[in-house]
Design a protein around this ligand. Structure first.
Ligand SMILES: [Zn+2]
Length: 113
């Protein structure tokens, strides 16, 4: 689909002589526009993940009781960490941040006897 879309963009650019304004070959403009679309989709996806994390409304730290937590993320995983050194279970995969928040919020409270 990507190559077909880009080829059709190139044809439209060429047919309408849109490339004349910037003296840029139609195939370069088509690639640029297609890459803009891809970057926009990635930004929307990241925004949705960010909002999901904000909306997760993290519960207070079970070790110190504060909400001074943040998400620590690396290439394959993520975890909620607290200033006190407490940390939650790790989430993996594309939605690792959301999974880590969910695991943090679903944990059992420590039993004090
Ligand atoms: Zn803590």
């Amino acid at each position: 689909m990507n190559e077909t879309f880009q080829a059709e963009l190139r044809d439209v650019i060429n047919r309408c002589s849109i490339e004349n304004g910037s003296d840029t070959p139609d195939y370069i403009l088509a690639e640029y526009l297609n890459n803009c679309r891809i970057a926009f989709n990635m930004a929307i996806k990241e925004r949705q993940k960010h909002k999901a994390i904000e909306e997760a409304n993290l519960r207070p730290c079970p070790f110190c009781g504060t909400k001074r937590t943040k998400i620590n993320e690396w290439m394959y995983g993520a975890e909620v960490i607290c200033e006190c050194g407490g940390k939650g279970p790790e989430g993996y995969g594309e939605s690792r941040k959301i999974v880590a928040c969910d695991l943090w919020n679903r944990r059992e409270e420590p039993k004090i006897s």
